[in-house]
Design a protein around this ligand. Sequence first.
Ligand SMILES: [Zn+2]
Length: 311
Amino acid sequence: MKSQIREQRREKPEIVSSMVDSANKYKARWERLGESMIESLNKGQWPRVMAVGPAIAGGLKHLYGENFGHTGRPGKVFEVTCRWDGTLDAEGLGSVFYGVKHLKIKRMEIWGPDFSTQKTTLEQIRAANIEGFGEVEVRRASTSGNGAAELKTVEAGVLCCSDSRVQAYQIFKGSNVVVVSNAGNILSPVASETFSELVQAGVPILAVLGHSRCGAVGAAIEENNEPMLAEIVRKVRANILMGGTEGRLGKERHNALVEYIMLGRSGDTGESSGAEGMRLQQLITERDVERMAFFLDLSDGKVSDISSRLR
Ligand SMILES: [Zn+2]
């Protein structure tokens, strides 16, 4: 994570306040994008690149630039997290499908520790026969290290939407966060496994970051029935049905909030999170992990700590 990585993990309360603090400051940074850019980001996302790879410090979006000025600007990179062995879960594959079919992304960069894991990822995507994938230019990138070494300095795991407009590393600037991404910020098997690994390595905080204008929530509201989106739609629908009759924004907030609740409660909340989810919940209890949920409103860049009342 270049220069901004901390060499040592701070104490839990310090990390929590630092994450809340930087999230609060994000609105001012967002406003600097200017009205027309913000308006355009609210109309939709048209990312140039889909980055697929394992969960790393800062997330894959971070590898494309730290500054808003150039490649670090929101709206450019759509990110999907796979396992370290290169495999994707149904939610990950669904996210890739969404990026290719719906967002019409024409460039894919596959990250991973080595050639064979990248090959695994590519083969799995190819086998899915996604409409439009033939026109996608695929490149293999690289990720240095195996992730395990840097876990010692990781301060939090963040579950974030693939959406190119949501940049966890910018929102939590100053904290060492590992980012897991899929469309709809769902506690998928990959997310649960990655979070379990982090908790076992002593990472004291796990957070969910939801956002407005989320395509996955939109698909769930419209009851999208494309088979490749089934797992995402099923889970997001279950989350939003648990809320009241609130509008789109309320449903989007609720989707993130239920995922946050699922981190701490076994099986009885929302869609069952499976064996991986149950193992994670156990670890969270054992290690007394702090859970947080944030929500980014793209209309003004405000990031709310939506779990503060529940903590
Ligand atoms: Zn989203």
